[in-house]
Design a protein around this ligand. Structure first.
Ligand SMILES: [Fe+2]
Ligand SMILES: [Fe+2]
Length: 288
């Protein structure tokens, strides 16, 4: 069994203090195999907010793996956002790029979807690079068969039907397809402050997009919370814990069938077929 605690959008500066304190207590009482933090750790990228975030995370167990969100850039300073958007994140929580974790039964890589500026009015939406995605996918593919492969980003790569806001990630659908084809198991994100879990409609439909709620006062129709993700050989169970005002309790739970690792004989056969069919590429359907 592999266990991940997935936090997002704590937004230090406007964090929900009782919920954040209870989250710390939960993590200390139930240390996970990985603490994943999918960005928007601060509210406006202020030094004091980063310092508070760093102090809070230092008191929590390793391993931890994060990726920045749009709010982790210097929000009110266009020049700084243009030229050094992740300098503070790198200093206090970094690195913002090329970070990963590998342990027994679990491999994780982060890919930055936040940008300090974009050539569009709403720069806070997401963007993802194909080369970053391919690098992450290749890194995760090196893990032994049966390893739970996890990618972290801030913005959901596909739009969530019924979600409270959009992410409009440039390159999102294409890169979601790359991750699914590379048989990454989970793509964790935040940004919309609402928990969700759904299969990406491409490849074998066993790659799941999972979103965590916020731990801030910036609620968007769902209570503050975090995800507990537990995976055995057959199933990934996602429990979104929701803050009631005094304690956490399960808010929603998803039970997701896990991609099955092919036995060595099947891998050899598939490689033989692939060699025979060299030059023919797969046609993938992305209906997400
Ligand atoms: Fe956020
Ligand atoms: Fe965000």
């Amino acid at each position: 069994m592999v266990r991940i605690i997935h936090l997002s959008d704590i937004h230090f500066g406007c964090e929900n203090k009782p919920a954040v304190a209870a989250t710390r207590d939960h993590i200390l009482a139930n240390p996970p195999d990985l603490l994943a933090i999918t960005g928007d750790v601060t509210s406006i990228g202020a030094v004091a907010e980063f310092q508070a975030a760093a102090d809070w995370l230092k008191a929590l167990p390793e391993p931890q793996l994060g990726t920045p969100g749009n709010h982790d850039t210097p929000y009110a300073n266009l020049v700084a956002r243009l030229f050094w958007p992740f300098r503070r994140y790198d200093h206090y929580l970094g690195p913002a790029w090329r970070d990963g974790f590998s342990g027994p039964g679990l491999a994780a890589q982060s890919v930055n979807t936040a940008r300090g500026a974009q050539v569009r009015i709403n720069w806070s939406k997401g963007a993802i690079s194909e080369s970053d995605t391919e690098r992450v996918t290749q890194q995760l593919a090196r893990a032994p068969a049966g390893t739970l492969r996890v990618a972290l980003c801030h913005h959901p790569l596909i739009e969530i039907t019924g979600g409270p806001m959009t992410a409009r990630v440039r390159g999102g659908r294409h890169c979601a397809s790359i991750l699914a084809t590379g048989e990454v198991d989970l793509v964790l994100s935040g940004h919309i402050h609402t928990p969700f879990a759904l299969a990406l409609r491409c490849h074998d439909e066993r790659t799941y997009a999972i979103g965590a709620a916020t731990l801030s006062l910036r609620e968007r129709g769902a209570p503050p919370g975090f995800n507990v993700i537990e995976a055995d050989d057959q199933t990934v169970t996602v429990t979104a814990q929701g803050w009631t005002g005094s304690h956490f309790e399960p808010f929603r739970t998803w039970s997701l069938p896990r991609r099955q690792a092919a036995p060595p004989s099947a891998v050899a056969e598939a490689e033989g077929i692939a060699r025979a069919a060299s030059g023919v590429s797969d046609s993938l359907t992305n209906g997400a």
